[in-house]
Design a protein around this ligand. Structure first.
Ligand code: FAD
Length: 459
């Protein structure tokens, strides 16, 4: 049996890993080939190591609550390099001031009334509106709605603009009034259904302890990618980098792949681990893959800057901030990386990473590196006092990188998977465009695709 994987980001690499692992466990002989357009594998995961700094160009954190990434790290024997984030205060920038995220709040929903009342993020009317949530009847039964509409209905608009939207912008860089609640924050639907009130439900269920939620590897997340790549090669996986899959054909038996190298390869099973727009272009006859009116994937850029620690003075101690939806800033967030990850900077040095790009303002990434650095420095003024210019800057553009999960995404996905299974048997979809953008979500999807291939089919 031959399995071809299109795309060598974390979804593609972990698909290959789990196919091989399961095949070994079942005593099956499976050939796996992975095709990656870029010169190197890893996709959005890319770490720059320079002058003792560990600078992430893309993701920097693995959410520990979702087990699939930590499980993979264990399989790869990398536990010794796993580190947790330092749990400092993080802030929301509103009206040029840094406001602590109210203690005990979960995605903006307060579980401690005192800290909500003390917060200057919301006006008195805004706070009263939030507390009214307790008495607002459960919303009529619904399958999905936008995150913005849901929280506005329960807690009011202020909390959406000043807390929930900025907290989610780092993950989706999109319009919160278009983002599917069912895919982004399904737990809130369950809480509202069970308790009738989010405040009531979360006050009873949310953990009161402030613990570290994220992990990374001391060599940066690139370490995960390079270790995976080595493990796959050792396992006989054929990895073709610099090889774009340009067309996919359905054959009497299985599929053929036309490659940018001019070669044609065949396979019995295909796992698409590419952005959905690429999947669509490779299966042009499956016109049902196209989702009308879905917002295009948003482009973002990260701007990492290093300094001598004595040259940067944060207005408040912490690990960084996100920016309120109503704030006239180009940056959407800033991570004080040396405060979040102890290993990321040499002693006495600091790294500040800023993010730009959001729905409606993602052309900004086309500006020059120098311009983006100056935009970041300008937006930091007032909350971080910086002497001089950064020593080192690493600007990374991620065009069309953030999938926008429109309301009804789950139902749409289930429907296209059903159609695909009929028209294109043994073709699977995995990755950030589908069931979650986080690294653990991508690995979970990869594992599920592998399970469908290996557990249901014999060689
Ligand atoms: P990708 O990484 O996009 O990989 C797809 C691959 O397919 C690419 O390498 C591409 O070159 C290749 N490809 C495309 N077309 C073809 C073709 N025709 N033939 C062959 N190859 C092709 N997630 C977290 O969990 N934590 C974070 O802290 C975090 N921060 C982020 C910060 C930024 C700036 C960004 C952009 C994302 C962040 N994410 C984070 C999200 C996460 O990084 C991504 O969702 C995830 O890495 C996507 O993996 P993937 O394999 O599905 O897709």
């Amino acid at each position: 049996m031959k399995v071809a994987i299109i795309g060598g980001g974390i979804s593609g690499l972990s698909s290959a890993f789990h196919v091989k692992r399961l095949a070994r466990e079942k005593g099956q002989n499976v050939e796996v080939a992975l095709f990656e357009e870029a010169a190197t594998v890893g996709g959005k995961i890319s770490t720059e190591r320079r002058d003792g700094f560990v600078i992430e160009r893309g993701p920097d954190s693995i959410l520990k609550r979702k087990p699939e990434a930590l499980e993979l790290i264990k399989y790869l024997g990398l536990e010794a390099d796993l580190v947790s984030n330092q749990t400092g205060q993080s802030y929301i920038l509103k009206e040029d001031q840094l406001h602590p995220i109210p203690e005990g709040s979960v995605m903006g929903v307060p579980t401690r009334i005192r800290s909500l009342l003390d917060s200057e993020l919301l006006s008195m009317d805004g706070k009263i509106r939030v507390l009214n949530e307790y008495f607002i009847p459960q919303l009529p039964d619904f399958e999905d709605m936008s995150v913005g509409e849901f929280f506005k209905a329960r807690l009011g608009e202020e909390v959406v603009d000043h807390i929930i939207s900025p907290l989610l912008s780092g993950i989706y860089a999109g319009d919160i009034y278009k983002l599917s609640l069912q895919i982004a924050l399904p737990q809130f639907i369950a809480i509202e259904k069970q308790y009738g009130s989010l405040i009531k439900g979360l006050s009873q269920t949310a953990s009161k302890k402030k613990t570290s939620q994220f992990a990374t590897l001391t060599g940066g997340l690139q370490e995960l990618v390079s270790t995976l790549e080595q493990a796959l090669k050792k396992d006989g996986v054929a990895i073709y980098t610099g090889t774009c899959v340009e067309a996919v054909g359905k054959e009497e038996q299985g599929y053929s792949l036309e490659l940018s190298t001019g070669e044609t390869m065949t396979a019995d099973h295909l796992i698409f681990c590419v952005p959905h727009r690429v999947t669509e272009s490779l299966l042009p006859d499956a016109d049902y893959l196209h989702r009308e009116h879905a917002a295009p994937d948003t482009s973002v850029a990260t701007i990492a800057m290093t300094f001598n620690q004595e040259d940067v003075q944060m207005e408040k101690e912490g690990t960084g901030f996100v920016v309120s939806r109503r704030e006239p800033k180009a940056i959407t967030a800033s991570t004080w990386t040396h405060m979040k990850w102890a290993h990321a900077a040499p002693k006495g040095k600091a790294i500040i990473r800023c993010y730009v790009g959001k729905a409606g303002d993602d052309q900004i990434i086309n500006q020059s590196d120098e311009a983006l650095v100056q935009i970041a420095l300008q937006d930091l003024k007032g909350v971080v006092a910086i002497k001089g210019q950064p020593d080192l800057t690493v600007v990374t553009r991620w065009p069309q990188a953030m999938p926008q999960y429109a309301v009804g995404h789950r139902q749409w996905l289930a429907a296209i998977r059903q159609r695909l299974a009929l028209d294109y048997p043994n073709v699977y979809l995995a990755g950030a465009s589908y069931d979650g953008v986080g690294i653990p979500d991508c690995i979970k999807q990869a594992k599920e695709a592998a399970e469908q291939i290996i557990t249901t089919k014999e060689t």
